[in-house]
Design a protein around this ligand. Sequence first.
Ligand SMILES: [Zn+2]
Length: 134
Amino acid sequence: MKSYEEMLDEAIKALPQEILVTQRFEIPKAKGHIQGNKTVVTNFNQILSDIRRDKDHFLKFLLKELATPGVFDGPRLVLGRKVSGSMINQKIQQYAQVYVLCSNCGKPDTQIITKDNLTYLKCTACGTQKAIKL
Ligand SMILES: [Zn+2]
C-alpha cells in the first residue's frame, strides 16, 4: 500500500514538464524616489525589457496618463513632477493589460502586428488577435 506522499510524488512526476515550469507573469513595478519636485524612476529600462514593448510608445502613454513631462537620464526616467509609486504602477499595469497581456489566455507572449492598416495584439501562445489602437 502506497502512502499519500508517494502517490502525490508519482502524480507530480507524471505531469508534463511545462506545467511545472510555467510561471505567472508579474507586471514589473517601478522603483524610484522623489528628488526635489521631480520623480526619478530608476528601473525604467528593466520595466521596458520585461514588457518588451517600444520605448517611445510606452513613454508616451505613461507621460500622457500621468500628465507630466519626462526625460531619460541614462537608464532612469525623470518625471517633471511628484508622482506616487502606486500611481506609476497603476499605469504600468494598465499599459500591460492593453498592450502586453493576451485578453484570452492572459499570457505575455504577444507581438504587436499591423495588418491592412490595423494594429493587433497577437498572442503567440493561443493565437488570439485583438485589435488595438497604438
Ligand atoms: Zn493568448
